[in-house]
Design a binder for this molecule. Structure first.
Ligand code: MN
Length: 257
């Protein structure tokens, strides 16, 4: 009898030990996979993400007439001093009463438009996008630009599009097909591939999770004084001023995403 009791006690103890073991396994902290703490790479350049408040008009990195191989001085002056300046001013006006949003970057605002109050959402989309797009755009052109792509991006373009000439053709077609106002871009998409996309108005590719590597402005204000309705001719000439060094820098930045 004593032996039987002893045996059942042992069973009981073994049962309790097993239960404790099971519970401890279930509640033990799971092995943590490293969380992505790195911030997304800045889209504008140089100097990190773009300040939304205050938003500031960056100076052109060259003279108004420096890109005459593609764009006349008068267009550059109006485009930078008036159009870009008005996006900057409108963004500041919209964010002036929004103290809780003022420390966000333009990129952060555009990535999360739905978190913004409805009455400023469209204004921030259009003018934050306009500020970001043009800040990138001025850097993507240079008086010493044009010619063949250089660096790693040249190889990636050939791999993806077959040849540089075919890439230019597809890029120009996408820019020509954009109805009304917008932009044509080379992006690195969410699958890590190069892709040509077009965005309406002042939308930026980051709104769709794509990283903008290079882009051309196909709003009429970008070309109308010299080219009138001949957008295709503007798109063709624009390759004469493309700053491949900057395109390659952005390509490498995109690859870090
Ligand atoms: Mn523009």
């Amino acid at each position: 009898m004593k032996q039987l009791l002893h045996r059942s006690t042992r069973f009981l103890l073994a049962g309790v030990a097993l239960l404790v073991l099971l519970i401890s396994c279930a509640t033990a902290p799971q092995a943590q996979t490293p969380s992505p703490t790195a911030q997304p790479a800045a889209v504008a350049s140089p100097g990190g993400e773009l300040s939304a408040y205050p938003a500031q008009l960056p100076p052109l990195p060259y003279e108004y007439g420096a890109l005459a191989k593609a764009i006349d001085a008068e267009t550059m002056k109006l485009h930078h001093d008036r159009h870009h300046a008005s996006y900057v001013n409108n963004l500041n006006e919209a964010l002036k009463p929004q103290s809780n949003l003022q420390n966000r970057s333009v990129e952060a605002l555009l990535r999360d438009l739905n978190s913004l109050p409805e009455d400023i959402r469209t204004t921030v989309r259009n003018n934050g996008g306009g500020h970001l797009n043009h800040t990138i755009f001025w850097q993507l052109m240079s008086p010493n630009g044009g010619g063949q792509p250089t660096g790693e991006v040249a190889q990636a373009i050939t791999q993806t599009f077959g040849s540089f000439d075919n890439f230019k053709k597809e890029f120009n077609e996408a820019g020509g097909d954009r109805f009304g106002s917008g932009w044509v871009w080379l992006v690195r998409n969410g699958q890590g591939q190069l892709q040509i996309v077009s965005t309406p108005n002042q939308d930026n590719p980051i709104m769709e999770g794509n990283f903008p590597i290079m882009g051309n402005d196909v709003w009429e204000h970008a070309y109308y004084l010299r080219y009138q309705n001949r957008r295709a001719e503007y798109l063709n000439n624009w390759w004469n001023v493309v700053n491949w060094q900057e395109v390659n820098r952005r390509f490498q930045l995109a690859a870090q995403q």
